[in-house]
Write a protein that binds this ligand. Sequence first.
Ligand SMILES: NC(=O)c1ccc[n+]([C@@H]2O[C@H](COP(=O)([O-])OP(=O)(O)OC[C@H]3O[C@@H](n4cnc5c(N)ncnc54)[C@H](O)[C@@H]3O)[C@@H](O)[C@H]2O)c1
Ligand SMILES: O=C(O)C[C@H](O)C(=O)O
Length: 312
Amino acid sequence: MKITVVGAGNVGATCADVLAYREIANEVVLVDIKEGLAEGKALDMWQKAPINLYDTRTVGVTNDYSRTAGSEVVVITSGIPRKPGMSRDDLISTNAGIVKSVTEQVIAHSPEAIVIVVSNPLDVMTYAAHTTAKLPRTKVMGMAGILDTARYRAFLASELNVSPKDIQAVLMGGHGDTMVPLPRYTTVGGIPVTELLSKDKLDPIVERTKKGGGELVKLMGTSAWYAPGSAAAQMVEAIVKDQRRVFPVCTKLEGEYGIDDCYLGVPVILGKNGIEKVIQLDLNAGEKELLEVSRGKVKEVMDTFDSLMAQV
Ligand SMILES: NC(=O)c1ccc[n+]([C@@H]2O[C@H](COP(=O)([O-])OP(=O)(O)OC[C@H]3O[C@@H](n4cnc5c(N)ncnc54)[C@H](O)[C@@H]3O)[C@@H](O)[C@H]2O)c1
Ligand SMILES: O=C(O)C[C@H](O)C(=O)O
């Protein structure tokens, strides 16, 4: 079983590394446009196999998509990351073309693949890949919600001084500052978080989560990769092992939550067919309002993408 990861930069290489050392696939093909980068990183990972004791083959190629043929899942991480002072949406004019052309090439060689988009701006790059791939919405999705909830769970674990393993949470909306964490659906070992933390303590954690990506960009001068790469690998694992895990995933909404034709993060069941089911929560009025704001922001950027495409 073969998995392709396009983009051998920070996120792509981390994702490939997790897929390899956790033996989620037999073979991981890493592709990059930069001569030698994917080959070098794949070779370095293969040389780690005798130390970490795994046998997943890691292969790197420069733009040779024939080597990706027959991939079960393709993760797209190619594109530029933001720098301090930028928003994810500022990346659209560069990343739209990259994501479109990469999608065309991966689908030409792996028409049956399930595609997980990571490049930013996430929701709109998922739109770009989905419309380019011309596959059912169940097979082209975006990774952001696992990362955003992981940040939220990590901050809660620090605040409560408990294991992050025991924190369960769901978060909805676009992958931007308008994302919608849902304290009402957050539990700590089965206990509603609202019984353990006051609103005064919870609100700043929600706000920090919304700006979690920006916090790291400010610290490092580029965006995060360990948690994003691991999150994408977790989605791949759920698909290839048909785990039917429940994760927040970016998908095209077709009437769910009263929203049509917009790409947003919602809880789904992830299994061998990709998105097996979109789970519909009974949101309260305040949560619906926040989701609507997030929808409006993503729609604006989808419109920008449409006008960019009309010019080419
Ligand atoms: N969805 C999320 O939650 C999330 C999280 C982190 C990063 N990101 C996004 O992921 C993307 C990658 O981030 P990164 O930190 O790995 O960046 P990076 O610069 O380290 O790596 C990007 C790689 O893409 C390659 N690339 C560019 N154009 C290509 C093409 N046409 N074909 C193949 N490869 C190409 C580059 O050569 C580079 O190696 C960015 O857009 C970033 O914003 C998203
Ligand atoms: O913040 C970014 O630009 C990268 C990514 O979307 C993240 O949330 O870490």
